[in-house]
Design a protein around this ligand. Structure first.
Ligand code: ADP
Length: 487
């Protein structure tokens, strides 16, 4: 197998900039590909916290000598710097595009009016850096989600006339089809692209997700079930027709877990480390979690947990009612711990319910990367009633840490949780179905502890490492290359 040069473009890369699963993937898949012998380089913008880490000398971030003068549309040239680091636990280099107004002065990754312009600039600057400045021409450009799609648009249009960029094989990974990156048409002038409108675009509006799907040589999403769902009207968010048109090139590859990061036997955040042969040790973590959450220290009461973005996607609309039932004792004595942040109405709902039942439920509102592992390791049941879920890492981490997941059978949840074997699943998106699945789980937990233990061990020892998935990506890269080169 020939070693490939792969350029990763992403808005998030763990541990440098993370909002969700996208960061986990872009922080761990490159490591797994490098372990297979590929030359992978990763690029993302230098947001405020990255620049701050540079000045404090943290995370191994240092300045790179190159300064760029990025050629944008309309003859515009924008100066930018480059920072570099390596992904921890590997030699994979990471390059940050540093531009103060667009990234360095911004303390969040997204949520600005000019997001499409910011990422258009990032993409053009990254291509300019690797290919024009460094003379490193990748065999494949691997773009992640809409933020990296401007690179595919540029390579598929204006870039075609420049021999340095022409005939570039590309792969586009859809991590979440809901966020499509729509922006005024003007962003194409800024990017330096002249192209006709697509049917998927509203008048005067660009849709970067649609453009990524149009221009990529190969497309994939992060689980086989989600790959099928996005080609249906219900799951396609208006792009199902376009995806069906390209269905021959659309694949589903399950995300893996970075076992160096997510390993209960080595996790530095846990008061007591454990593995599948030593499940008793989980009790210490359970007590620590109860203590941290200010809940009564009780071994005999099951803890149900939720960790995730508080967003309609995560099933918050069917979570409220079962929480009320749980709090009011309809499934016996339980405790609930929630960690998340997001939509204010959901934060409010969780504060409200936990405020009424302080001895049974605690809601940590916010993002806390050090607390999440304790919740996975100390809870008994992990709830993930997602409306849709491209892959989902929460259930994989929960299984790895011995917390049995109760999930809605959609997308990657359907592909990873085996009902009655490693967890509990339900189909219809309604609270009654979710409630029944919770009761099934609690029933087994209380009345059949041996079976429960077997489920925990099955989950902990299932293989969701990156290696298998990295090989599948390698295959997709080869397809992309042979498609472009014609052999
Ligand atoms: P998504 O990418 O849709 O947000 P995933 O399940 O794929 O969902 O990935 C979520 C990741 O983010 C997991 O690693 C989870 O532990 C982490 N996470 C989500 N919310 C929080 C939070 N509030 N605090 C700490 N970690 C969080």
């Amino acid at each position: 197998m020939q070693s490939l040069k792969v350029l990763f473009l992403s808005a998030e890369v763990a541990p440098f900039a993370k909002m969700g699963g996208l960061a986990d993937v872009c922080g761990s898949l490159p490591k797994a590909l490098a372990a297979l012998g590929h030359d992978v380089r990763v690029s993302l913008p230098a947001y405020g916290p990255i620049e701050a880490a540079l000045s404090k000398g943290e995370m191994g971030i240092r300045a790179h000598p190159t300064t760029l003068n990025v050629p944008m549309g309309m003859g515009l040239h924008i100066p930018a710097g480059v920072l570099e680091a390596t992904i921890p636990g590997s030699q994979v280099p990471v390059y940050f595009i540093a531009e103060k107004k667009l990234f360095g002065d911004r303390w969040a990754i997204y949520g600005f009016k000019d997001d499409a312009y910011r990422f258009a600039f990032f993409c053009r600057a990254a291509l300019d850096f690797f290919i024009a400045a460094e003379g490193w021409r990748p065999d494949v450009v691997h773009a992640h989600d809409w933020h990296a799609a401007p690179a595919l648009v540029w390579l598929g249009t204006s870039g075609l006339v420049d021999p340095r960029y022409a005939s570039m094989p590309t792969v586009f990974t859809i991590h979440n089809l809901m966020h499509q990156g729509t922006a005024p048409w003007d962003v194409f002038r800024y990017l330096g692209v002249l192209t006709p409108k697509m049917n998927e675009e509203k008048p005067n509006q660009v849709n970067f997700m649609a453009r990524g799907i149009l221009h990529a040589t190969m497309i994939n999403t992060v689980s086989p079930t989600y790959a099928r769902e996005i080609m249906t009207r219900e799951g396609g968010f208006g792009l199902d027709g376009l995806l069906r048109y390209r269905h021959f090139d659309v694949h589903g590859i399950l995300n893996g877990l970075d076992y160096e990061v997510w390993n209960p036997a080595t996790d530095p955040h846990l008061p007591m480390r454990f593995d599948a042969n030593n499940l008793e040790a989980r009790k210490v973590n359970k007590r620590a979690l109860q203590e941290r959450a200010g809940l009564p220290i009780r071994d005999d009461v099951p803890i149900l947990a939720f960790v995730g973005r508080l967003d309609p996607q995560k099933g918050l609309d069917i979570l409220g009612h079962p929480l009320h039932l749980l709090m009011n004792g309809h499934a016996g004595e339980v405790q609930v711990v929630v960690l998340g942040s997001g939509w204010p109405q959901y934060e409010q709902m969780l504060r409200h319910i936990s405020g009424f039942h302080r001895d049974r439920m605690t809601a940590f509102i916010g993002y806390d990367a050090a607390l999440a592992p304790l919740i996975y390791a100390g809870s008994d049941v992990f709830l993930m009633p997602s409306l849709f879920e491209p892959c989902g890492l929460g259930q994989l981490i929960a299984m790895r840490y011995g917390s049995v997941p109760v999930v809605r059978a959609t997308g990657g949840l359907a592909d990873t949780v085996r009902s009655g074997v490693t967890g509990f699943t339900f189909g219809p998106y309604d609270w009654e179905s979710f409630w029944r699945a919770i009761c099934d789980a609690l029933w087994i937990y209380r009345l059949d502890p041996e079976n429960w233990r077997a489920m925990q061990i099955k989950g902990m020892t299932s293989d969701y490492s990156w290696e298998t998935s990295a090989r599948a990506y390698q295959q997709i890269y080869e397809w992309a290359i042979s498609r472009v080169r014609g052999y």
